[in-house]
Design a protein around this ligand. Sequence first.
Ligand code: HSE
Length: 426
Amino acid sequence: MRQVEIGFLGFGNIGEGVWRLLEEMRGETARREGISFEVRRVLVRDVHRQRGVEVPQGVLTDRPEDVLDDPDVQIVMEFMGGEQPAADYIERALLAGKSVVTANKMALSTHWARLNAAAQRGGAGLYFEASVCGAIPVIRAMTDSLQANRVERLMGIINGTTNYILTRMTREGSRFEDVLQDAQRLGLAEPDPTADVEGYDAAYKLSILASLAFYTHVPVESVYREGITRVSPIDIACGQEMGLTLKLLAVAKRNGDAVEARVHPTFVPSTHPLANVSDAFNAVFLRGHACGELMFYGRGAGDMPTASALVSDLIKAAGAQRHALPAFFDAADGVHIEEDWSSVYFIRTRATDKPGVLAHVAGCMAGHGVGIASMVQKGAPDADGRVQIVFVTHRAHEQAVMSALEEVNRSGRTRVESVIRVEGVE
Ligand code: HSE
């Protein structure tokens, strides 16, 4: 039996989940892998705080060096979250030759180059399955099971909080603010929900997924990002009538040397597999040139689902003869980030109900080469005599659509109230 000594950085819900899972799987891990893990030191802010698990005397410490500089700690597991000091601690551990297992998408995606370099210098491994989509083994699939493919595109529901909110808004016709408050009350959304509802969390995860999928670095700054705070129940209902379901999608495509990566509210056909991913579940749908379409589905958050990915990475790190690092840093290519992507667009406007209004809207779109696939005028005029006009374009370029809509707005008779991209339609 091989004994592997590990150190924890952080000990919140996820850390306690890992502790519990290690205990629960102790027998199986010994039998299946021939490894016995011992948690040697655990870095916490307050060593006196009551914990949800029983930790032996002398294991908790508030000094990072007790974990990072202990020569007997072979593998470091990081669950502090946030960019710093986590990134610096991870780098220090790697340089000291300790492999690191982390769930920290922010530290990883922001500091990937230097962490990768530190791992190479230290001869250590950097494992991050838990950083994207919790329990779903999507990172391992990209790095270990899809190498024979050129991945052409991926689309994912990679934030559970926003998927929960949008699912309830869709089912109940409720407003964003009301569902958010309810989710916060139930502990399903953070007291400060910005990272989730503004799409930052999904953007970090997409930067990691797209980089691995396309063998090129897709920095988080190059991910276009729009959250769900302005989504209205009216849009969701109009979409439903047209056979569309609204999701916060992370979309990445590679077309030759052009890569696009974006996170925004997106309609998908209600028959698309992603449309049926509800509540706080996550899913990643991708297409490779050889494998065709694949979908990964499961729990993207929570202490035990995240611990499942972390402990699996720990076992992999402990058993590795040689640590593999992401290949894209060495892949010489001329890839560039495409900002003028193409999509289908759902557009809702409010317009004076007078002859010529539809023609004006259609004319502005046509002037920028944007074709309209369908257009409907909805409901009775409001108190100001305005009606809603909803239309869906043919596939068009982002910049052309935005220029056309600026022109629509300039007339003063028609106001664009929402623009939602539609994916999953060829
Ligand atoms: N807050 C994230 C989510 C989980 O709602 O999916 C951690 O990335």
